[in-house]
Design a protein around this ligand. Structure first.
Ligand code: SAH
Length: 346
């Protein structure tokens, strides 16, 4: 079977080429073509024909195809829907901030976590993404948009910690000095709280930012809207966050999507204060995005104000997330979902 070329680290490619009787420096040449977006050996014109043939026999390359590209008229946010080699589709979003351009990438096709408010999980998990596929999300978003990517968030479709090994390999690839060379401090992983992976991640000491999708500070509410909480629990989650912070020195953030009448009462705000203090977390309040198939509504302005007042009084650090690209198909998962529905009815 052919090996997935783009999932190999530069030093691994060197070793592979050496095993094929080729000089190590050829790996650098191949690497340069790859970071320019070339995805056929034929086009690697400074390589001898014999080497190109050899590569073709041993390695696999695929170029993701743009199925749709939407550009926000409001803020320039770009949403891509890519087709993968097996016909599956994933979403990637490019957002521009003052500090640079951030790409929000998917880590799985679909998701099996079942959060009640999320569009990505509706059809379940189809498969995990390969390191190469995540890398191409970053690379082709940059090449196609012409926007130099400085920051990466794993907040698209999928649960990154449910695809642990591939995600870690992707991080090493994208961080590699011979690759895109994006600093770990510019990378954020978002998780629904698969705590059994926290220590493993902390042990890698990667200096990235870990964000936890908390969305509710108490077990009753959280288990209702996030099945991943069942059998784990908020206490264990907070303990996991505390340990992660202790080990890495990296402060955790909580994502908190405000859902009308579900997690936005005074009780929830007070509990959130307590939880954030227990592990020194920063809170990111997000106005809920409406998802067609879901019955939840975003909190009212009044409820949000009252909620924030309690956070203020509790001395919790929080920010309210700005909504970007609201005119281009709302939150992640919805583009792919829309395409699936279209093919279902065809
Ligand atoms: N599985 C990971 C990362 C993907 S989701 C996680 O759970 O963190 C990225 C973020 O979007 C998560 O915080 C998720 O809870 C949130 N999200 C999902 N659906 C949403 C919606 N309808 N409105 C607002 N945020 C949503």
């Amino acid at each position: 079977m052919k090996k997935d070329l783009l999932s190999l680290l530069p030093e691994e490619l060197e070793a592979e080429l050496a095993a094929l009787g080729e000089a190590k420096y050829r790996a650098g040449q191949v690497g340069k073509w790859l970071t320019r977006g070339v995805r056929s050996f034929e086009e690697m014109s400074d390589l001898p024909k014999t080497l190109r043939d050899k590569l073709d026999q041993n390695f696999d390359l695929y170029r993701p195809k743009v199925l749709s590209k939407q550009v926000s008229a409001l803020d320039g946010t770009i949403k891509y829907l890519w087709e993968l080699r097996d016909g599956n589709a994933i979403e990637t979003v490019v957002m521009s901030y003052q500090y640079g351009n951030t790409v929000c990438i998917s880590s799985q096709v679909g998701c099996r976590q079942g959060c009640a408010f999320c569009a990505s999980t509706i059809g379940g998990l189809v498969r995990c993404l390969e390191p190469s596929e995540m890398l191409d999300e970053v690379l082709f978003s940059e090449l196609d948009s012409g926007k130099k990517i400085s920051h990466i968030v794993l907040m698209g479709i999928g649960e990154p910690l449910d695809n642990f090994d591939n995600v870690v390999r992707f991080l090493k690839l994208v961080n590699h000095p011979k690759g895109l060379n994006i600093g770990m401090r510019h990378i954020t992983i978002s998780t629904c709280g698969l705590i059994e992976r926290f220590d493993e991640l902390a042990a890698l000491d990667l200096q990235l930012t870990l964000t936890v999708s908390l969305h509710a500070p108490d077990d009753e509410t959280r288990s209702r809207i996030m099945p991943a909480n069942r059998g784990r629990g908020v206490d264990a989650l907070i303990e996991g966050c505390r340990r992660y912070y202790q080990k890495t020195g990296r402060r955790i953030s909580f994502e908190y999507a405000m859902i009308d009448g579900v997690n936005d009462t005074a009780f929830h705000a007070q509990e959130l204060v307590r939880r954030a203090r227990q592990c020194g977390a920063h809170v990111n309040l997000i106005p809920l995005n409406r998802v067609e198939e879901r019955r939840f509504r975003p909190s009212t302005q009044g409820h949000m104000k009252a909620f924030m007042k309690i956070l203020d009084e509790g001395g919790v650090n929080y920010t309210v997330r700005r909504t970007l690209g609201s005119d281009v198909d709302a939150s992640c998962g919805q583009l792919r979902r829309r395409m699936e529905k279209k093919t279902e009815t065809e």
